[in-house]
Ligand binder design. Sequence first.
Ligand SMILES: O=C(O)c1ccccc1NCC(=O)[C@H](O)[C@H](O)COP(=O)(O)O
Length: 211
Amino acid sequence: MPNRNLRIKVCGMKYTENIEDLLLLQPDYVGFIFYEKSPRFITTQWAVFSSIFKQGTSKVGVFVDEEVEVVLQKVTDLGLEMVQLHGHETPQICHELKDSGLTVMKAFRVGEGFDFSQLEEYVQCCDFFLFDASGANPGGNGHRFNWNLLQGYEYQVPFFLSGGIDLEHLDEIKALRLPQLYGVDLNSKFEIQPGLKDVKRVQEFIQKLRA
Ligand SMILES: O=C(O)c1ccccc1NCC(=O)[C@H](O)[C@H](O)COP(=O)(O)O
């Protein structure tokens, strides 16, 4: 069976009109970067954003080694449905966030020699994992990693595939046979500039993935 039902997360959105255009495509998740060093760091007034979201698309806050209190405050203020932790957050931090009722996704950078057993202590406290590539920044590097390495993943926690995903990878993604693969995460390869997505290219990806 081809991977037609994969969820779509579009990450690093920044501009109101661009978000409105994207929402017409009904992505499952839209990610906002709350990491000041990222060129996708969200600076637009959130009040504008929160009013344009429709049912069916979840707002994801992406944090890097942020204080739990700060994360929780953002969740409350902005109505985030999920938090994506992209730093060195411990299982304890994930537990704290999950115990407060949040959906938690922990990101890991996968490369040669990646030890999947380190995920064991995250299994109980994460709803999702996100597998990304390494790079100079904690995320949004536009690099792919060797997806064959994911054959070594043996836990039940569903995961998002991430890292440099582009239109040219569609066939390969559809052909992946990874039982826990839940969704794909699109970011820099679909950008006109950091934080501004080429919505037509995202649309092409979604249509072709579902076709
Ligand atoms: O996108 C960022 O600038 C970013 C910065 C710091 C932490 C996480 C970040 N992005 C998180 C994501 O979920 C990205 O979509 C993921 O890293 C893949 O990005 P890309 O390689 O550009 O497709």
